[in-house]
Design a protein around this ligand. Structure first.
Ligand code: GLC
Length: 531
């Protein structure tokens, strides 16, 4: 196994990743749905923003039951998004500009329209029967066990013809593959190789902690904290349906496949408590390079809580493991909606100054807010299956706002989801406003590139109280201090020396701070360099 962390550091350690949800980034043909050609036409925007890589959510052939996370061909491009030729042009243009391209790999399940599943359904003696998870009914009849679908209801679907059930952790249109079958593994490694041959720089692996299920299919235990208003999936603790130790062998196989092609990046989507999350770095770092760290998405937004969370995560990391941070993604409420516009600026400074690779969700750099989606406009299958609980993911998936014009510069047609956010949350207006969120992102990403203390340096917490979160980032001789006011009132802090203000969340900030008492304004964040 090649070492992941070397000197000099690899690109994905110092770099920032930008998530593109392709349906919503840029439409180039007026059908109201974004496409690959659209992404290609916006590469210069991304270069100017200062990101190093884009991760593109699925664009493969799909019936779109789960908007591309139900794949019917791992080695192609859905016509909605363009052609393989469009992809090749996109990656060539991205590479020419120094931007890496990371794909979404969805190995846990296929679409029910995938030819493999059609074959598997053809009967108990099908050569691909064992590619999926088929079980007999429980002894008294009914589903084999109590496992629940993440999108509501039983995770087992009965097949009249064979008298067996198949397992689907998500929609019944997303049957789970059987990763205990070596043929499945080989076929999926080939899918990775197909895209590696097209020059991709890495993969974000969908629900990687789901890949292996308990060999005995034992019932999951009830969740004592389950209560009204919670989704079905919360009724049981996912003890046997997810996070089985054998998954690490599969991940090591994926890593080995990537390592055949140089310094490719493997990211795992994992929603688990931190002590389990870090297990996915694998024995001797043979696992994913970056197990996505979603803690900032779920954390109560206060200084003391965040301070503890960061420290705990830093301490939990195995030796040599590289951290990472995420504020939003296509499955979660956007950061601006969760913490409000003023704290979203503080959050941006936090994301881009913590130790570890940041992932920016498209539109967050504008402070884009979740849209209100009326029930009859809902697209997300989860919302449709379990309506009224606020589970729907459409609000965070609305089109990128390029301009304040109708269609937002995203489409000439009717957008597949309404244009969300507020009018000023658009690229054109924010480009010409030096105080905008977009400029704050520009400044911070530029500083990350200019100062190795920020991109690669050590993290050192500073003792603080109340609403103040403060830390140093240090590399060699250089130290930078970040001070964030998570509260909404003036808060004095004591500065031990004189500092230059390299960046501030607030427009009219002083150029210098300290020594002595310095008053942090409400919702203010400062990036400071000792004089
Ligand atoms: C992941 C994706 C999500 C999808 C699910 C099933 O969590 O991020 O969008 O619905 O997997 O593939």
């Amino acid at each position: 196994m090649s070492s992941t962390l070397g000197t000099p550091p690899v690109w994905w350690q110092s770099g920032a990743i930008y998530q593109v949800y392709p349906r919503s980034f840029q439409d180039s043909n007026g059908d109201g749905i974004g496409d690959l050609q659209g992404i290609r036409s916006r590469l210069d925007y991304l270069v100017a923003l200062g990101i190093d890589a884009i991760w593109i959510s699925p664009f493969f052939p799909s019936p779109m039951a789960d908007f591309g996370y139900d794949i019917s061909d791992y080695c192609g491009v859905d016509p909605i998004f363009g052609t393989l030729g469009d992809f090749d042009r996109l990656i060539a243009d991205a590479h020419e500009r120094g931007v890496r391209v990371i794909l979404d790999f969805v190995p846990n399940h296929t679409s029910d329209r995938h030819p493999w599943f059609a074959e598997s359904c053809s009967g108990r003696s099908s050569p691909k029967r064992d590619w999926y998870i088929w079980r007999d009914p429980a002894p008294g009849g009914g589903p084999p066990n109590n496992w629940t679908s993440n999108f509501g209801g039983s995770a087992w679907e009965y097949d009249e013809m064979s008298g067996q059930y198949y397992y689907h952790a998500f929609l019944k249109a997303q049957p789970d593959l059987n990763w205990r079958n070596p043929q499945v593994r080989a076929a999926m490694m080939d899918a990775l190789r197909f895209w590696l041959a097209h020059g991709v720089d890495g993969f974000r692996v969908d629900v990687i902690w789901h890949l292996i299920k308990d060999a005995e299919f034992r019932d999951n235990p009830p969740n004592p904290a389950y209560g009204p208003g919670q989704p079905d999936i919360a009724r049981f603790l996912q003890v046997y349906s997810t996070d089985q130790p054998e998954v690490l062998d599969i991940i090591a196989q994926m890593r080995a496949t990537l390592d055949e092609h140089g310094d490719k990046l493997l990211i795992g989507e994992i929603y688990l408590p931190v002590e389990r999350l870090v297990a996915y770095y694998g024995p001797e770092l043979s696992g994913v390079h970056l197990p996505f760290n979603f803690q900032l998405i779920h954390a109560p937004w206060n200084a003391r809580g965040l301070d503890t969370l960061i420290e705990t995560y830093e301490r939990a990391l195995p030796a040599g493991a590289w951290p990472n941070w995420v504020l939003s993604n296509h499955d979660q409420r956007r950061i601006s909606t969760r913490v409000g516009a003023a704290q979203a600026r503080v959050a941006a400074m936090l994301l881009l100054t913590l130790r570890g690779t940041p992932t920016i969700y498209y539109g967050d750099e504008l402070g884009l807010e979740d849209a209100h989606i009326p029930p009859d406009a809902a697209q997300d299958p989860w919302e449709k299956n379990e309506p009224g609980l606020g589970l729907g993911r459409d609000p965070a998936r609305t089109p990128m706002r390029w301009t304040s014009l109708p269609g937002a510069g995203f489409t000439e047609g009717v957008p597949w989801l309404p244009i969300g956010g507020r009018p000023e949350q658009n690229v054109a207006d924010q480009m010409s406003d030096p105080d905008s969120m977009l400029h704050l992102y520009h400044r911070l990403l530029k500083l990350r590139r200019a100062h190795e203390a920020l991109s690669l340096g050590k993290y050192e917490s500073v003792v603080a109280t109340g609403d103040i979160l403060a830390y140093w980032r240090r590399n060699g001789e250089e130290g930078l201090m970040i001070v964030l006011n998570l509260g909404h009132k003036n808060t004095p802090i004591e500065l031990g020396g004189v500092f230059s203000v390299l960046a501030s969340t607030h427009p009219d900030s002083a150029e210098e701070a300290g020594p002595g008492i310095f008053v942090m304004r409400p919702d203010e964040g400062l990036l400071l360099k000792p004089r």
